[in-house]
Design a protein around this ligand. Structure first.
Ligand code: SLL
Length: 169
């Protein structure tokens, strides 16, 4: 296995969540205290030709093998592994918390898993110093919440065969 020295190659990603207030129908099949439906995801930030979506949902598996989302311990089986794209997880709940996102690369990368943290955001208002959470109908009227972070996954001195995989995609 040959490393290509003095070369950095990066892939842009976005990670984060969307959230919205659950509909009455959705509430019927969820635990009674759950108020929000949310999706946490890792997506490509490279533009997808012919798509105006934010991030390409499907195009990270050529170098990412698995994304694991570690949820709050109040969730059953809080460690959720997604082995296929799209690397996302949808759940319901009532509270915000820190999600540990672990990205495992394909074996050819020869890289350790990468860890990111994302604060799951359910409420549109900035919470710090704001003890009061407005009523649910106020939240519903406000519409979905989006909280995304841009990042670049950098590979230093990549293996030649991994570099080939990255540049072929
Ligand atoms: C808080 N630090 O106290 C946060 C914890 C936990 C959120 C929030 C549902 C889990 C379940 C859920 O939303 N947990 O019972 O399925 O506000």
């Amino acid at each position: 296995r040959i490393r290509v020295r003095n070369l950095n190659i990066y892939r842009p990603i976005i990670y984060g969540n969307t959230a919205r207030v659950m509909t009455p129908e959705e509430k019927q099949t969820a635990p009674p205290d759950h108020t929000h439906k949310w999706t946490v995801a890792v997506r490509s930030a490279a533009s997808v030709p012919g798509s105006d979506a934010v991030g390409g949902a499907d195009d990270l598996s050529y170098f990412i093998r698995r994304v694991t989302f570690k949820l709050h311990d109040t969730y059953p089986n809080p460690t959720r592994s997604i082995e296929k794209p799209p690397f996302e997880l949808t759940e319901t709940g009532w509270g915000e918390f820190e999600i540990l996102i672990r990205i495992t690369f394909i074996a050819e990368a020869g890289e350790k898993a990468m860890q990111l943290y994302h604060h799951l955001k359910l409420h549109p208002w900035p919470a710090p110093g704001e003890p009061e959470i407005p009523p649910i109908d106020v939240a519903r009227a406000h519409g979905p919440v989006h909280s995304w972070q841009y990042d670049e996954i950098v590979f230093n001195d990549p293996f030649q065969n991994f570099l080939n995989i990255l540049t072929a995609n």
